[in-house]
Ligand binder design. Sequence first.
Ligand SMILES: Nc1ncnc2c1ncn2[C@@H]1O[C@H](COP(=O)(O)OP(=O)(O)O)[C@@H](O)[C@H]1O
Ligand SMILES: [Mg+2]
Length: 309
Amino acid sequence: MQPDISIQQVSKIYEGGFHALKNINLDIQKGEIFALLGPNGAGKTTLISMICGIVNISEGRVLAAGHDVIKDYRGARKAIGLVPQELSTDSFEKVWNTVSFSRGLFGKPPNPAHIEKVLKDLSLWDKRNNRIMSLSGGMKRRVMIAKALSHEPQILFLDEPTAGVDVELRKDMWAMVRKLRDNGVTIILTTHYIEEAEEMADRIGVIRDGEIILVEDKERLMAKLGNKELRLHLQHPLASVPESLRDEPLELSVNGYELVYTFDAQREQAGVARLLRHLGEQGIDFRDIQTRESSLEDIFVDLVNENKS
Ligand SMILES: Nc1ncnc2c1ncn2[C@@H]1O[C@H](COP(=O)(O)OP(=O)(O)O)[C@@H](O)[C@H]1O
Ligand SMILES: [Mg+2]
């Protein structure tokens, strides 16, 4: 099947020579939620803006719903909805009018039933006759989303959708995004919140310094890179890790009461058995044992710091 978005050898050099994106290749399939995860300044907004035709592409090409975003700008634009990172909604206009007008901009005939559904889905129906400038920040963000959905796009971009958003709206937004995906909409969201990628995404691309350093199915990513941690609470404190265990990935807590063993979740657990046997041989008793799987957060921190000079 043809991907919904195809990014082919795309680079971006801003005026002044800054190389913001370096040879990006990425296909996104219809109906998936793809999270572009990366720290501030990594190039997330730049990449989204290029796909949406807001920022020029220096090299390479991008297809959205089969349309070249440069050569067939209109076709591509119709297929795309964008919720930008920056709110630009300080308007005297009323909610209903803004959202309906937005649909018109995409050359779509009026469809009050659709606008009503979008406003209801976003809990904006009660506010439909309010002026946008009178709304709270969270409500304004909902209006931005409603605008992006006004023309029934098959691809929706959400650029840092929950930055500075309260918990309630974040949950609503996640629920709404899932619903859209269930209706076949392709979702690309950028985030520097690991929890968001972990919560939402089917697939995650990690971007750092203008390069996509990893693209992986979320579950697989977490399984592949996830480390497990085994924490042993000792009966009696140790002054140091025993000589015979120096080669093991072991760390002793400052108070000497905890031994932390980190191991690869993929590999079999032989290491754990060996460790426990050694401890027994050394007469080191423990009163409690806990395991913890590393979260995507640990993985992400490892990744973006890896080989970074
Ligand atoms: N118009 C511009 N001109 C020059 N550099 C820019 C411009 N816009 C963004 N940048 C730079 O490109 C890099 C990526 O920015 P951006 O795409 O906004 O990152 P992110 O969205 O991941 O935080 C940053 O270093 C930023 O300073
Ligand atoms: Mg950004």
